[in-house]
Design a protein around this ligand. Structure first.
Ligand SMILES: Cc1ncc(COP(=O)(O)O)c(C=O)c1O
Length: 384
């Protein structure tokens, strides 16, 4: 597409999604090939081996770079593979400052794998930007944040942290999985890179795994292209196609997720059996003003407190529309229990330290008829 400045929904449907020049096929073809014919030694059409590059992957990388407003993107086999690739650029003795309330798989990778390679990690409450500044040392290379966090829905002021990082010459990476580029654009607020688990809202249909790093500088994109080639945890052509197909409806899905999310959050906040609701769209959220400033919607991720593990169990057992499962961002409403699922790896002490309780339930509100989601929760809460 020539006009890369077109609106978000137009770019989602057209950038990298141009009709196939060979046949005119309106959908991007899936190229299930490991290698490419070379006419003679060193003479080829730009593709040599699919670990290095693949035409379906190139299309997706163009598309996601455009949606986040980056200069390039690299896609990986999963969100965790993308986050691992981020750290593969560092060497023993390098230090990373990160949020203390991240998706549980991230501290698992950092604390149980990457520390063995000599990387150092400090966890702070990034909602307090002074804590971020204090934690940065001479050997700090990256500040890594999620906003909103998973599952406590705490926000970090991206612009404020980006200013600190620029001053200290440290790269800021934002996991934008919960908001998607439709509601939040970290690069425009000063971040150096964005990561996503494309498994979630970008794909949107709970049918594939993937991750992406979106870069603001060409050399970063080249470095991560090198990591794709060297380490090989790339996204398959078929999964790339699933995300290309999914993002075509990202704008309308996000609108509906947000619409349903606000209604479900209001319902939960008004229910007598719900002790607390964590949703940035509620005026009671301590960072509601920041949410309105740095996001253009509130999304559909909500965490709420049922009071105890046995209450959470009863609630989850009695749901019919909401599906109990570990993930988020699909068209279907998914509900999960952070303490035993996404954040089990933190251990009881780790969860307690950041305020994740056994009674917490996290819901990724889907795009079903919202009345059905609310009645499902209402009936299950009545039996809790
Ligand atoms: C915010 C966030 N980042 C990263 C990941 C990891 O992504 P994946 O499961 O695709 O490896 C997840 C997974 O739940 C997540 O919720």
């Amino acid at each position: 597409m020539r006009n890369k400045q077109a609106g978000f929904a137009t770019r989602a449907i057209h950038v990298g999604q141009e009709a196939d020049p060979l046949t005119g096929a309106i959908g991007v073809p899936i190229y299930p090939t490991s290698t490419y014919l070379q006419e003679e030694l060193g003479k080829h059409k730009g593709y040599e081996y699919s670990r290095v590059s693949n035409p379906t992957r190139t299309r997706l990388e163009e598309n996601l770079a455009s949606l986040e407003g980056g200069v390039g993107a690299r896609v990986f086999a999963s969100g965790m593979a993308a986050i691992n690739a981020l750290c593969a650029m560092y060497k023993s003795g390098d230090h990373v400052v990160c949020g203390n309330d991240l998706y549980g798989g991230v501290p698992r990778l950092f604390n149980q794998v990457l520390v063995n390679y000599g990387l150092e990690f400090t966890y702070v409450n990034t909602a307090d930007v002074r804590e971020v500044e204090r934690a940065i040392r001479k050997n700090t290379r990256m500040v890594y944040i999620e906003t909103p966090t998973n599952p406590l829905m705490t926000l970090t002021d991206i612009r404020a942290v980006a200013d600190i990082c620029r001053r200290k010459r440290v790269e800021l990476v934002v996991d934008n999985t919960f908001m998607s580029p439709y509601f939040q654009k970290p690069l425009a607020l000063g971040a150096d890179m964005v990561v996503h688990s494309t498994t979630k809202f970008l794909n949107g249909h709970s049918d594939g795994l993937g991750g992406v790093i979106v870069c603001t500088r060409r050399e970063q994109a080249e470095q991560f292209g090198f990591i794709q080639k060297a380490a090989g945890a790339i996204m398959s052509p078929f999964e790339c196609w699933l995300v290309l197909r999914g993002v075509k409806t990202l704008a309308v899905r996000m609108e509906k997720h947000d619409h349903n999310g606000r209604i479900v959050a209001d319902f939960l906040a008004g229910h007598k059996k719900v002790k607390k609701v964590f949703y940035p769209g509620l005026p009671s959220h301590p960072q509601h003003a920041l949410a309105k400033r740095q996001m253009t919607g509130f999304g559909s991720m909500i965490t709420f407190e049922t009071g105890s593990l046995s209450n959470a169990k009863k609630l989850l057992k009695n749901l019919r529309v909401c599906s109990l499962g570990e993930s988020l961002g699909g068209v279907e409403t998914l509900i999960s229990h952070p303490a035993t699922m996404t954040h089990a790896a933190l251990g009881e002490k780790g969860r307690k330290a950041i305020g994740i309780t056994d009674g917490m339930v996290r819901i990724s509100v889907g795009i079903e008829d919202v009345d059905d989601i609310v009645s499902d929760l209402d009936e299950a809460l009545a039996r809790m």
